[in-house]
Design a protein around this ligand. Sequence first.
Ligand SMILES: Nc1ncnc2c1ncn2[C@@H]1O[C@H](COP(=O)(O)OS(=O)(=O)O)[C@@H](OP(=O)(O)O)[C@H]1O
Length: 318
Amino acid sequence: LLCCCAAPGPGRLLAAPRCPRRPAAPGPKLLPKSRPCAPPGPPPSAPRPPAANHSGAPKPGAKRLPQALIVGVKKGGTRAVLEFIRVHPDVRALGTEPHFFDRNYGRGLDWYRSLMPRTLESQITLEKTPSYFVTQEAPRRIFNMSRDTKLIVVVRDPVTRAISDYTQTLSKKPDLPAFEGLSFRNRSLGQVDASWNAIRIGLYALHLQGWLRYFPLAQIHFVSGERLITDPAGEMGRVQDFLGIRRLITDQHFYFNKTKGFPCLKKPASSLLPRCLGKSKGRTHVQIDPDVIEQLRDFYRPHNIKFYEAVGRDFRWE
Ligand SMILES: Nc1ncnc2c1ncn2[C@@H]1O[C@H](COP(=O)(O)OS(=O)(=O)O)[C@@H](OP(=O)(O)O)[C@H]1O
């Protein structure tokens, strides 16, 4: 037995047996729970047997389909949640976005599984692809993989989210028209262009309806993108509860990096890896006309209220 009994410090934690899975504890449910309505597809085939490593010894664990997914939202803080949760010894995550349930579905579940990290039976396999949340076919496809899949959605004030999204696109396409122009069909009449993706993604209540046709609300966990920045340990505590794993990621794992302006993971002594997210996370946003921001707030208000009622949590996006 190589393991020691010391309390785990920050950084990658010591592997330990997982506590029994608890059902998630969502807030009050203001929408009826809708039970899955589509018949499940063929059961996913068995995990791959261990492969051999360089020395010929079998690698531990097997590649398995994910039991949990971070399905959205784009620019919500999904990378932060993934990087924070993968510190947990009971979680193994794919570092890249496989886009299986939107762009790559035709490649099949065996292809999807082959991308996954190897896990022990006690570990949860996780991946994140933020575009799933707004992909119409994604809930049905995920349900067909497994009706037990746990879903995590990181949500953020839709106005800030849209500006963040636009700022990212502008960094790749500098000749993009102004945000103010793209946001409206008719600005003087206050008609917002909800067909523009940057606006449409923020209609959370609308997208959620598609998920509730297949998954009960208790199987979907919402992370506040704002609180993830001000209280990462608190939000990650709830994520761990939802996943049914021990609360090992605590405030001891984070520090506020003044240069970055965001919380970062504390480095374990043995690691040289930077533990803040990369430059594309936490960009300075493009300045937007305050009147436009006000118009967008008015536009989103009723949608936000619907969303708060649906999930039983007020995210206070005002
Ligand atoms: N700890 C920490 N460090 C850096 N950034 C953080 C962190 N927590 C949340 N965020 C916010 O995450 C926003 C990017 O969201 P995503 O990772 O979901 O973006 S993406 O959809 O994968 O492109 C990113 O958005 P922008 O600030 O607009 O760049 C951040 O505000």
